[in-house]
Design a protein around this ligand. Structure first.
Ligand code: SF4
Length: 356
């Protein structure tokens, strides 16, 4: 058994195990929470939590709270309409050129704000061999799809053989150029980035058929020595690594924290890609930051943070309607040929349109 598998076996998964680290007052309520959204905290992440601080940002992201039992009317079981845009099981086709494929609904650590919690929250079975065959047939019939996003859950919690099955089947479809893997393993279980996994990525990618990793760091303290090592292995193997994650109340809704996060990511060669407005998943309202505040934070970071480290702030619209950027309004049209545009430093500057 490999180190990462041993660590997975040693995750904190029950209220009693959690109690070895902090005292839990309302155990019954927390057990009620776990009936809908299971618990797992990896040993790596346990070591990063400051259990003396009840507001520790890493603790807030992974320790269950009875606030998850409070539902607001706008919250949904399927907040971004994955099901509405799912022509066959385990596949979502929302945009013309790419599909999401759910390889598993298991994760090494279950984030308390998970937007797919109705699937990840309990032991939902992943795709069978027949489901996988159906997915490959779908891709063969849809040559307009040139990118497959392996997601879940966390695909990198699958064993190497299982992952190899996915990669070899996906690479058998000539119209699929890019394979993207959405994973939080480089954050919570960095030992999973083994040499054999890197070799597999090399086998299934080349100069025009890349594998992209999109990972999910939310706070600068999540970037520890082991994480830096895991990312370096990926980038040194030619894998492009990007980061996306939500704006979370009490965790990273602060321009100073986000600046540190984005710059630390850029320093370890991870491109900050998206900062998400939190989806309307049931029981996550306590993590949600108002859009107005999110826009304000990004306005503060514009000009302050180098463009190579500044992600786009986006919202995934409910009902599967797609993702759009949220941003401060910099431009104002004065006349047909004249704009006033706000500079990063707050100055108003005139800009003229071309004459013809
Ligand atoms: S890693 Fe992603 S899918 Fe898994 S619990 Fe966290 S947010 Fe949900």
């Amino acid at each position: 058994m490999q180190q990462w598998q041993i660590e997975l076996q040693n995750c904190v998964r029950t209220v009693d195990e959690l109690e070895q680290y902090l005292s839990i007052e309302n155990k019954d309520r927390v057990r009620e929470v776990l009936a809908n959204m299971r618990l797992s905290i990896t040993p790596h992440t346990l070591n990063l939590i400051d259990f003396k601080n009840p507001n520790d940002p890493i603790l807030l992201m992974c320790v269950p709270s009875d606030k998850e039992l409070r539902f607001s009317p706008e919250e949904r079981v399927d907040p971004i309409g994955d099901e509405a845009k799912s022509p066959i099981p385990f596949l979502t086709h929302r945009y013309p050129d790419r599909v999401l494929v759910y390889a598993t609904f298991f994760c090494s650590l279950f984030c308390r704000f998970c937007f797919r919690r109705t699937k990840t929250g309990e032991a939902t079975p992943g795709p069978s061999v027949e489901d996988r065959d159906r997915i490959v047939q779908y891709l063969e019939k849809h040559p307009e799809v040139d990118e497959v996003i392996l997601t879940g859950g966390d695909p990198l919690t699958l064993l190497d053989d299982q992952l190899e099955d996915w990669f070899s089947r996906l690479r058998s479809v000539p119209t699929v150029s890019r394979i993207r893997v959405h994973t939080r393993v480089p954050v919570n279980l960095p030992s999973r980035i083994t040499n054999s996994l890197i070799e597999m990525f090399r086998r299934y990618s080349d100069a025009t058929h890349p594998i992209y990793i999109v990972t999910h760091f939310n706070h600068p303290r999540e970037i520890a020595a082991e994480n830096i090592e895991a990312i370096a292995k990926l980038v040194d193997a030619g894998i492009v690594v990007r980061n996306q994650g939500p704006l979370l109340r009490g965790v990273n809704d602060d321009p100073v924290i986000l600046e540190m996060l984005f710059k630390k990511l850029a320093n370890i060669r991870v491109v900050p890609y998206y900062l998400h407005q939190l989806d309307l998943a049931k029981g996550t309202n306590h993590f949600r930051v108002p859009i107005e505040r999110g826009i304000e934070i990004m306005r503060e970071l514009q000009g302050q943070v180098t463009g190579i480290a500044l992600p786009r702030y986006v919202v995934d619209l409910p009902g599967g309607k797609g993702k759009v950027p949220l941003m401060h309004r910099y431009t104002q049209k004065q006349t047909d040929s004249n704009y006033t545009i706000e500079s990063p430093f707050g100055e108003c500057v005139e800009y003229h349109e071309p004459n013809d």
